[in-house]
Ligand binder design. Structure first.
Ligand code: ADE
Ligand code: ZN
Length: 346
């Protein structure tokens, strides 16, 4: 594309305007404190925080686990189909306002079924929001079911069995929660089954865990994308492999700062990885907890790393190409992306 010489001060608006996909968003991580309190009241759930402000004040994390403890507590207000719908609808309307044309939403069924909420309630509520998004917002939304890696593979296999009647409502599976001490190979059998079912497969790896977890996610779980993956920079041979094989990384810059994976955004390796030819994408991870939705991630990262319009185009295009949407849909979104860049050059 041309338009790559756009003035720096016009970059934030271009980042907001450009069509994009979000591929790494935990829908339970989009639950804003206000909605947590509203749902708690609606469902008669007692919260260990007296107010929205007190809850928000607790969002000072030292690592992934310190976040997960609060994230699972927040999800405890989700009980009814409408709760899951309302949560996903709130995210999807926000995403539409940020020119997100495609969203692949992670959800954590075990967080809910362990509390006695039936799988059916979760999937029906989320699906209703996704279907509405297509019709009312023009956003294409799909669901990726994540297994919690701190639980056993038997529990994951049981969850997969529960999901089977709803197989057509799920585009793929992922692996999330506490990474350290729970390597990808712990889930080799359940991922084998998922691939046999024709599900797409992704996994969190190399967020807090070592580069070897990325290698094992690729070689053992045979994932199509790596979620986070930023610790690949510690292994130059792995970086070369990721570039050569075009493995997409769903990088989440604000998350990495909030969970102390990097000290500051300026030290983030996103630009290094882009320059080395990796298929990097930008995502929000858990936007209600990490201080920003997708456009905020783009704007702050571009300012901190002095990225330019060419990088914006590459990142947006990567997000569509790395999605699990059809080639035809991807092509139509990329055509819209090209139009926006063409216009900004005029
Ligand atoms: N669940 C929600 N957000 C997560 C993250 N950043 N890493 C692992 N599991 C998660
Ligand atoms: Zn994540």
């Amino acid at each position: 594309m041309s338009a790559m010489t756009i003035a720096k001060h016009r970059l934030p608006q271009l980042l907001r305007d450009m069509p994009k996909a979000e591929l790494h968003i935990h829908i339970e991580g989009s639950l804003e404190p206000e909605l947590i309190f509203a749902l708690a009241q609606r469902n008669g759930v007692a919260l260990p925080y007296p107010s929205v402000e007190a809850l928000r004040a607790a969002y000072a994390f030292t690592d992934l686990q310190s976040f997960l403890d609060i994230y699972y507590a927040g999800a405890s207000v989700l009980l009814k189909e409408d709760d899951f719908h309302d949560m996903a609808w709130a995210y999807l309307t926000k995403a539409a306002s940020e020119n997100v044309l495609r969203a692949e939403l992670f959800f954590d069924p075990q967080t809910h079924t362990a509390r006695g909420v039936p799988f059916e309630v979760v999937i029906k509520g989320l699906t209703r929001a996704c279907q509405r998004a297509k019709v009312e917002l023009g956003v294409s939304a799909a669901l990726i079911m994540c297994f919690l890696r701190h639980l056993s593979e038997e529990d994951a296999l049981k969850t997969l069995d529960e999901a089977l009647p709803w197989r057509e409502l799920i585009i793929g599976v992922g692996l999330d929660s506490s990474e350290r001490g729970h390597p990808p190979e712990k889930f080799s059998r359940v991922f084998d089954r998922c691939r046999d079912l024709g599900l797409h497969v992704v996994a969190h790896a190399g967020e807090e865990g070592p580069p070897q977890y990325i290698i094992n996610a690729l070689d053992v779980l045979k994932v199509e994308r790596i979620d986070h993956g930023v610790r690949c920079v510690e292994d130059p041979a792995l970086v070369q492999r990721l570039a050569r094989e075009g493995v997409p990384l769903t990088v989440c810059p604000l998350s990495n700062v909030k969970l102390c994976v990097v000290k500051t955004l300026r030290e983030h390796k996103l630009k290094t990885l882009l320059d080395l030819g990796l298929k990097v994408t930008i995502n929000s991870d858990d936007p209600a907890y990490f201080g920003g939705y997708l456009n905020q991630n783009f704007i702050e990262t571009f300012a901190a790393l002095d990225l330019d319009a060419a990088a914006a185009y590459t990142l947006a295009r990567n997000s569509f190409e790395a999605s699990f949407a059809s080639a035809q849909e991807q092509a139509s979104w990329i055509a819209r992306l090209d139009e926006v860049f063409q216009r900004s050059a005029d």
